[in-house]
Design a binder for this molecule. Structure first.
Ligand code: DGJ
Length: 708
């Protein structure tokens, strides 16, 4: 709900209130829902601005920086008008959240240049989230250059820690909390993508609660956190101003990507809000609410070394276990016998696929499995027909050696010709294979950014606009196809992408212990519905650790389940175990994929941890308890559940695991399970403990409300 009294605007969601003084451009309040009305004037005059600019003896970080045609960079945007829109405006060329949501539009004008700054605040009541965006409109008679236009500025008063989700390839999104004290810290990506290293989701954590901010953007981003001497903590998020300089001609406008912000008293609450928001207002299309299929992917099972027979063996074994979708990964096209060649040659390699893609896909479908296909459309190998015929499609600076990563170059997606080429060839791959699932990979980052007639300062953003144009055309053409994003694992795990891909490959690291840490960090800002999670072979190909098959499954249940190993080589015993796992997952898929997700504790601080998902009516839940440090003769580990109905009585049973002979079954009250918890008496007594060099012990619990 949005209410205006003069220029004091109040935006309410069921659990939060945001109050803005539009004429002063100030935040008056953002936090826990206020039930009383008025009195906000008492808070005015604080230094909490909704945007900031250079030129008022304000030397803190600005959210808007532009350079006029005369070279001057001072601006004086002052209030012009405010409006409440009944429909949320779209952001041209960029993905954004959708759904009913009243929107506050604020306009500020820099009188000397007549440049207008617009800010938009949309209220999503069902998730307690506010979406924010901004745009500049050049009303001047001359061009101007935008040097920074943040999507959001959130000024807070008090002491805050800055929480980020950092990592690297195979180690994505690990939570880091920093008390800044005084000074400036920023979290950013200059790689052209949201990156493995620093996710755009950030949290400001203070005494009165937590504020989350995320960007609906896949490109270079920057989140600045500045703690000032006057007690103000400023958080600015948007496109990274690194190498950014955007020319705006008279009459033109430039829209910053959308940001989302929300407040909650604690991190669990913040995650639930973000999860609901992503599920309801970011993910779209036929797969939004549909249960996701259990897949088998051949990548770690075969890498590039496969033929039709090997693939069909995997598919046959997968079908026997109840798996629903077969995904053919890298290596099926052109002369792709390794990663040195053929990217761009999206025609069938009949030696490796038998009679070609369609024939293989038909054979897989005849076995009773759906067929999915891997592509990496934004890339080109120098050893490819595409490069030989269109060397100018590759991104490179003329006269210089390009930087190669994984022996490949990027295509110049800032060029419309290249975009159209990708739409055509990838549409053809999907159409001729009849794929119902596409894994869209991206295995390097941008360097050598260059496009004829594209100013350097605009390149990164123009690449992303091109990428979104391509994605939007292809996903619209194939509305029934389930698209899963991938970027060397989780290198582009962001809300911009989730507007197109209902799920994303979370990480190339599927070691159960490492995966728990990655999924745990990811879950702060993103729901389990978008996290691809696979059971792979052991020893694990990344860490060389081993974990029991049941442990790998328990952890993979924290996301959308898949198997990624040569199922054709499974022993009968392993097949039996996987068949039981798949049946269990199908039975509980709805609550596992779409239930409310809770992290269960500081498993990496030596405590018991794990996760649980609870149905919205709180009648059923699945919990996974995990211990990662085994202390000899140490205290008995115990775990407290979350999210249950405190006054209901539940039946709790352990999922039968092949590596655990015992079986726990008891009834207990919801408040008892959440406050008292349960002891994990024999969590270390796995019969396959010798397989457990990865040191993680898990149990899965099925929790069902007893009939009254
Ligand atoms: C990186 C992905 O993360 C893997 O799953 C696999 O698809 C490879 N690329 C294929 O090259």
């Amino acid at each position: 709900m949005i209410k205006k009294k003069g220029q004091i605007v109040r935006l309410d969601t069921p659990n939060t209130t945001l109050v803005i003084d539009a004429s002063a451009g100030e935040y008056l309040y953002y936090g826990k829902r206020l039930t009383s009305g008025g009195g906000f004037e008492a808070l005015s005059g604080s230094p909490r601005k909704i945007f900031s600019q250079y030129g008022f003896a304000d030397y803190t970080e600005s959210s808007v920086l532009m350079e006029n045609a005369d070279g001057g960079i001072s601006t004086a945007f002052t209030f012009s008008k405010s409006k409440i829109l009944t429909e949320k405006p779209e952001i041209a060329g960029l993905p954004s959240s959708y759904g009913e949501g009243k929107t506050l539009e604020l306009k500020y004008v820099d009188a000397p240049t007549k440049v207008a700054l617009y800010l938009y605040y949309t209220v999503f009541e069902d998730s307690d989230v506010i979406a924010v965006s901004s745009k500049l409109v050049n009303g001047a008679k001359k061009e101007l250059y935008i040097r920074r236009l943040a999507s959001v500025q959130l000024d807070l008063l008090g002491e805050y820690s800055f929480v980020t989700f950092e990592g690297a390839w195979a180690r994505e999104r690990q939570k880091v909390s920093r008390a800044i004290g005084r000074g400036v810290f920023y979290n950013d990506s200059k790689k052209g993508v949201s990156s493995h290293e620093r996710n755009p989701f950030v949290i400001a954590e203070g005494k009165e609660g937590v504020y989350g901010v995320n960007l609906v953007y896949t490109g270079n981003h920057k989140e600045i956190f500045e703690c000032c001497e006057n007690g103000r903590a400023r958080l600015i998020a948007g496109i990274n101003d690194f190498m950014f300089r955007w020319k705006l001609l008279p009459g033109e406008e430039f829209a910053a990507p959308e940001a989302v912000m929300c407040y909650a008293p604690c991190e669990d609450g913040l995650s639930l809000q973000m999860h609901r928001f992503v599920r309801e207002h970011i993910v779209r299309g036929k797969w939004k609410k549909r249960e996701r299929p259990i897949l088998v992917n051949n990548w770690e099972g075969t890498y590039f070394d496969f033929n039709e027979e090997k693939l069909l063996n995997i598919a046959r074994a997968a079908k026997e276990t109840g798996v629903e979708l077969f995904v053919l990964d890298d290596g099926w096209f052109g002369n792709r016998c390794d990663d040195h060649r053929a990217l761009g040659d999206w025609f069938d390699n009949t030696e490796k696929t038998g009679g070609g893609l369609k024939s293989l896909a038909d054979k897989i479908r005849a076995l009773g499995l759906d067929f999915g296909i891997w592509v990496e459309p934004e890339m080109i190998s120098e050893d490819s027909d595409l490069f030989r015929s269109h060397p100018n499609f590759a991104m490179r600076v003329p006269g210089r050696e390009p930087t190669r990563m994984r022996q490949q170059l990027c295509l110049n997606l800032a060029d419309e010709k290249v975009q159209n080429y990708i739409v055509r060839v990838i549409s053809d791959v999907i159409a001729r294979s009849g794929a119902s699932y596409v894994k869209w990979d991206y295995n390097r980052t941008l360097t050598d950014c260059y496009g004829k007639n594209i100013p350097q300062g605009e390149y990164f953003h123009r690449y992303i606009l091109g990428y979104y144009r391509v994605l939007s055309k292809i996903t619209k053409k194939f509305p029934f196809v389930l698209f899963e994003g991938c970027s060397g694992g989780g290198g582009r795990f962001d809300l911009g992408n989730f507007c197109y891909y209902p799920q994303f490959w979370t990480s190339d690291d599927t070691d159960a212990r490492e995966r728990l840490r990655i999924q745990d960090g990811t879950s702060y800002g993103y729901p389990q519905t978008v996290m691809g999670a696979h059971v792979s072979a052991c020893p694990n190909h990344q860490t060389e650790n081993s974990n029991p098959l049941e442990t790998r499954f328990n952890i993979a249940c924290g996301g959308v389940l898949g198997y990624e190993l040569d199922m054709g080589k499974l022993t009968e015993e392993e097949k039996k175990v996987i068949t039981a796992q798949v049946a269990f997952y199908k039975e509980h898929r709805k609550v596992l994929q779409f239930g409310d997700y809770y992290r269960l504790g500081g498993v990496f601080e030596g405590e018991v941890g794990g996760f649980m998902t609870v149905s919205p009516d709180k009648n059923s839940a699945i919990a996974v308890a995990a211990v990662t440090n085994r202390v000899v003769n140490g205290p008995l580990p115990f775990i407290r559940f979350k999210g249950l109905n405190p006054s209901a009585v539940y039946e709790v049973t352990t999922r039968p695991q092949a590596n655990y002979g015992g079986q726990l079954s008891f009834t207990a009250g919801g408040d008892m399970l959440m406050n008292g918890g349960i002891l994990l008496r024999d969590i270390f007594s796995d019969t396959q403990a010798k397989e457990n060099s990865g040191c993680i012990f898990t149990r899965m619990f099925v929790i069902k409300k007893c009939k009254a």
